[in-house]
Ligand binder design. Structure first.
Ligand SMILES: [Zn+2]
Ligand SMILES: [Zn+2]
Length: 137
């Protein structure tokens, strides 16, 4: 799909790519504002939605959390930290799951599925352990 790239949209896309992170619209807005001080959060949000509709970026909908946007559109899954809410990419063998077999007896035609990993990242884990050590003294 072709899409006219406005300079605002180009800057938003470039900031997302340069971050190498899965950012929320708010987080991206904070970055883009430094380049275009007059841009509004609504504009950033609208452009992100357009980019994701066009398949140029991915949109992550993690249960019960703010949407995040992903400049990496190859199929992959995510793991998120319950403490600091960071999101990382995760690769696993998708052949391990056959969604059609899993859900066919429900009478659905499966159009997709999402695997969500969650846990405590190594930074938070180290901090939590330090805090516990402190409690013992
Ligand atoms: Zn963490
Ligand atoms: Zn990702």
């Amino acid at each position: 799909m072709h899409m006219r790239m406005t300079s605002q949209r180009e800057i938003i896309l470039r900031e997302l790519q340069d971050s190498h992170q899965h950012l929320t619209a708010d987080e991206l807005y904070e970055r883009v504002k430094k380049i275009m001080p007059r841009i509004s959060l609504a504009t950033v949000y609208r452009n992100l939605e357009k980019l994701s509709e066009a398949g140029i970026i991915g949109k992550l909908e993690i249960s019960g959390r703010q949407k995040r946007f992903d400049s990496d559109i190859h199929p992959h899954d995510h793991i998120y930290c319950l403490e600091c809410h960071r999101v990382d990419n995760i690769e696993f063998d998708r052949n391990l799951v056959n969604p059609t077999a899993v859900a066919s007896d429900k009478g659905y035609r499966i159009s997709g599925y999402r695997v969500e990993f969650k846990g405590i990242c190594s930074t938070c884990w180290a901090m939590l352990n330090k805090r516990e050590d402190g409690d013992k003294q």
